[in-house]
Design a protein around this ligand. Structure first.
Ligand code: FE2
Ligand code: FE2
Length: 309
């Protein structure tokens, strides 16, 4: 359904930076994985994305059956929330291109690594963009909102910059590991309670994609620990110490909204921490004091655990 009376999108000048806008950072520092290791992780991801597992927005679900009348207010609110998060893909993708640049001033060895990573990033971006499109389509087809209103809503948040407060390469992968797993878990939880089977089907597809994204990041972080050991412990610890889900610091009303969607289906990013601990344990054969301290710290940051000392 389309509301043709909606006002046109504003053609305003670029928004001036707000004091809360994150500072965009330059290239991350290494150490990086040897390019051959990154290639192996990327190949495993592509293998897991076999043609049989791919899907497209146009035919994945029966859009004509989408019906928001079968959703509670809380479920509708959750769909609107995750649409905003997924729709920020240009900002997330820009992090990879800005921080793992493929330009003339990058030294050859680093360039070779970044080029391998790019084979992941572009495929991942296509998948994430399809999540944004599918959720947009769901909202409009089911009658939650008309397309013009939704486009305006997404544009307000979409043009805000996005950055991660880390400068070590491994930290960006560890961040994505937690975020992808947390998103997968939330989609599974939401899928279990929603009243519209079309939405349930869609959330199933999204959560399976997020599971593959998590697996790639887990593979990369595990390789980092195997290759670089204690040298990457501190950046991983820092990710957990400062963790915020995407847009938590920039989206208007984020925290109140996040609490509300947690009423609809369990939403706790620290659910993903056990998976990170498992990766660390699997990667490290000979445990060191630093690794022990890392896993202890991650466990302490889990919701419901005793407060970190
Ligand atoms: Fe996604
Ligand atoms: Fe994802």
């Amino acid at each position: 359904m389309t509301n043709t009376s909606a006002p046109p999108l504003p053609s305003s000048p670029p928004a001036p930076p707000r004091t809360s806008d994150p500072v965009l950072r330059g290239p991350v520092r290494g150490p990086f994985l040897p390019p051959g290791d990154m290639e192996q992780a990327v190949t495993a991801y592509h293998l897991a994305t076999s043609p049989a597992r791919r899907w497209d927005v146009e035919s994945a679900v029966d859009w004509s059956a989408a019906d928001a009348d079968r959703l509670t207010d809380g479920q509708r609110s959750a769909v609107r929330f995750v649409t905003l998060i997924e729709d920020h893909l240009p900002g997330y993708f820009a992090v990879y291109t800005r921080r793992f640049p493929l330009t003339a001033d990058v030294d050859l060895a680093d360039f070779a690594h970044h080029r391998e990573l790019y084979h992941f990033t572009v495929r991942w971006a296509v998948e994430e963009d399809s999540h944004a499109r599918a959720l947009f389509r769901y909202q409009t087809e089911s009658g939650i909102v008309d397309a013009d209103t939704l486009r305006r809503e997404l544009a307000v948040e979409g043009r805000k910059p996005f950055e991660l407060p880390h400068d070590d390469a491994v930290a960006l992968f560890a961040y994505a590991l937690v975020q992808e797993k947390a998103t997968q878990i939330y989609y599974q939880q939401l899928r279990a309670v929603v009243g519209d089977p079309v939405l349930a089907e869609l959330l199933g597809r999204l959560s399976r994609d997020e599971a593959r994204h998590f697996t790639f990041m887990a593979d990369v972080v595990e390789r980092y620990l195997r290759v670089h050991g204690d040298a990457v412990v501190e950046p991983i610890r820092d990710v957990i110490a400062r963790f915020r889900m995407p847009l938590a610091d920039t989206m208007r009303g984020y925290w109140r909204w996040a609490l509300r969607i947690a009423d609809t289906a369990r939403y706790d990013h620290t659910d993903a921490y056990d998976h990170l601990i498992r990766i660390v344990n699997r990667a490290v054969d000979a445990r060191t004091d630093r690794v022990d301290e890392l896993t202890r710290f991650i466990a302490e940051c889990r919701s419901g655990a005793a407060a970190p000392a």
